[in-house]
Ligand binder design. Structure first.
Ligand code: SF4
Ligand code: SF4
Length: 117
């Protein structure tokens, strides 16, 4: 496993999870991810991407929420866990993501070629 994949796994472990409001997916929409993260997500066709984008949705959002939850990108994991990305519904973990980890996530995003999920 290469350096980026190891870093992704390390950061995933350091972002705390939390329970969302049941049925809520307000913060899901078009997001970007590195090719390493894309490789972990289920493949979607161009037609599926176009259909999702037409509604400004993420292609992995299904009727019951994220259908790729276990492999969702870092930016999805970070949302709601830091003061700069607060959940509009007031949900979040007891202990937020540390500023150091947040910075590392943004550094990884900035240092990898991002593509639309
Ligand atoms: S983080 Fe907040 S806005 Fe996003 S899905 Fe969870 S409850 Fe909804
Ligand atoms: S990958 Fe999942 S959590 Fe992230 S925006 Fe898409 S549906 Fe939402």
């Amino acid at each position: 496993m290469d350096r980026t994949n190891r870093k992704i796994d390390q950061l995933r472990r350091q972002i705390p999870s939390f329970a969302c409001e049941p049925g809520c997916h307000d913060c899901c929409g078009p997001v970007t991810a590195s090719s390493e993260e894309m490789a972990r997500l289920p493949h979607k066709s161009d037609a599926e991407h176009d259909a999702a984008l037409a509604h400004w949705n993420c292609v992995h959002l299904g009727p019951h929420g994220c259908e790729a939850y276990d492999e969702r990108p870092l930016i999805c994991r970070l949302f709601g866990t830091t003061a700069s990305l607060p959940c509009p519904r007031g949900c979040g973990p007891k202990t937020p993501t540390t500023p150091q980890v947040e910075k590392q996530v943004h550094q990884l995003i900035a240092s990898t070629r991002q593509v639309l999920v």
